[in-house]
Design a binder for this molecule. Sequence first.
Ligand code: 13P
Length: 231
Amino acid sequence: MIIALNNKSNLNKEEFDSYQEEFSKLSTEHPMIMCPTHLNIANFSLKNCSLGAQNVSKNDKGAHTGEVSATDLASYNVKYCIVGHSERRQELGETDEEINQKLKKLFQAGITPILCCGETREEREQNKVVDVITNEITKDTEGLTNEEKATLIVAYEPIWSIGTGLIPTNDEIEEVLQLIKSLLPESKILYGGSANEKNIEELKKCPTIDGYLLGGLSLKPNTLKEFIEKL
Ligand code: 13P
């Protein structure tokens, strides 16, 4: 199981230092990917997980104020990068076209993207889940080679589940994961959205889940340890 950790916009330098001290005590055979803030990437020193980023520029290096390019991330030993998180799609209006450009820049730089997709509560109530996921995945991966598609990691994160304590039923998760598998048969698929040390016993019964993308839990190494032990 892949355990990807999204710190989001949390942990200043001092907090990240003590966090790393705590986190370094975690040991597991499951591969872990830590995605700290861009600033903490420069400060990353953990040996028990790979380094990921939470975003990348859709452009190459150059006159793009405030952006961080894929080649810059690679120069800091970043191996993975979250792309198209719903918080960026919703708060910053990130489009599928931009997400597609970002995926291509990451592959060129040798970084594996973790592509997020997911529906809102309203879309689920209106039976639009299949359309929403198909649309996102199809547009986001347009023009990628088969090899790139096979390398890509996808994270299914229902937007209504992120940070809310609500999670879909296993049948609902399986339905979406099977859909993603039909579009990207070789990609690894993660589940994200309020996954924690309590609901993992139930979640782990989903046969198609290859791992988890954890937000809140990524900030609590001790609780994360409990989650990993139950995996
Ligand atoms: P939570 O685990 O806090 O619900 O966040 C999930 C997420 O958005 C990870 O990218």
